[in-house]
Design a protein around this ligand. Sequence first.
Ligand code: NAD
Length: 430
Amino acid sequence: MARGCGVVRGAGGAVGARREGAALGGRRAFCGARGRVRGCARVAPPRASGGDGARVIATLPGDGIGPEIMNVAVKVLETVAEGEGVSLRFEEHAIGGDAIDKTGKPLPEETLEACKASDQVLLAAIGGYKWDNLSSKDRPEGGLLQLRAGLDCFANLRPATLQDELLEGSPLKPEVIKGVDIMIVRELVGGIYFGEPRGFKDADGDRAGYNTMVYKKSEVERIARVAFEIAKARKGNLVSVDKANVLEVSQLWRQTVADAFEADGCEADGLSLSNMYVDNCAMQLCTNPSQFDVILTGNIFGDILSDQASVITGSLGMLPSASVSSPGKPGIYEPVHGSAPDIAGQDKANPLGMVLSAAMMCRYGLNEPEMADIIEDAVKSVLAKGYRTGDLMGASPAGAELTQVSCSQMGELLLETIAEEEIMVSFMPK
Ligand code: NAD
């Protein structure tokens, strides 16, 4: 199933003129949501896999609330792409329980091949009670792991960005977390979760379980280079997190990151690099999280730190993520939460984590930072006006005037906000 949208870039004079205005930073002057216009990260340079010059987005709605939140994200992307003169085509495929029902497999061959051939993959959520009795390899979750492996997504990007309007939703004090905007870059396919040997054995009449934490230089270099590109698109402050005071694997990690930083001339690009032990980082995330910009770390440390950092920002329904591969290959952009079967089909889901994942796709996958800025600003603006899905009602200051909205209403509000801003920008001096 394919949905076309947008105007091919440069095709219309009006579209071209508006893009120029946005690139000059005028848009930010109007909405004032960000201090600076962020640059492009070359994590995945744009391809155009559609024969007509359109970039193809493989959409995988999956299960539970997946189709509801995907619907909102696609409408937002269509609207912003059209306004910015970017040509996108959406092609929907089955994954998870939906795919099991249709084909017997959580990741049909056809879906994997379509994702490989696409420019980027947008995934909502998979799983549900209906498939809970299947063996672990046949369950919907298996489809997600197979997709990540099939696309060789070795880097996981998890932002923890606090929306000021949701300050009260955090378990930390408002004065500690104000302004938190962290990106955690986690190595996803190596380290202790995959290292060999692993298993159980008898040890001197006792029983032992063991795993191996191992990283090759080449694995560290490729994830470090993703972090460098991300840092270039942000404030430029990179902290590499390890346990080099105890672990040899961390000593290799630290040296390799430093060597790659120097070899790539990152300092001349305005980046700074420092190192932090993982235990200290866990503490600093609670006591002074706003010191961080980009955190680069391995698989197990990233797993723990990214969950810790995400809690700072309050609500599960707000959190986007990306799993990316080598430049030029498609990445997977998806909210952190699951398929929320308890509220599926009731139009109650919060679509903002999904919408912010679409913004990440624009920034890091499609190299369209203006589109990402517009989407992120629209989310901020709708929250600032007091609109909340049910899950966010408790995360707001006592006495604040709030309006509870459904998933689809939140989508409509985003579209209205984007349209209002387009009108303001069109009045800007060219
Ligand atoms: P969940 O994230 O689906 O839900 C946890 C709680 O948060 C629920 O109360 C749910 O209603 C709420 N919630 C989650 N997202 C929400 C949103 N966008 N708006 C409003 N409320 C939201 O986690 P779970 O209940 O542990 O798992 C449910 C299913 O999702 C399981 O089958 C699990 O395997 C699967 N899962 C999938 C993914 C994924 O697709 N990446 C991730 C986690 C869990």
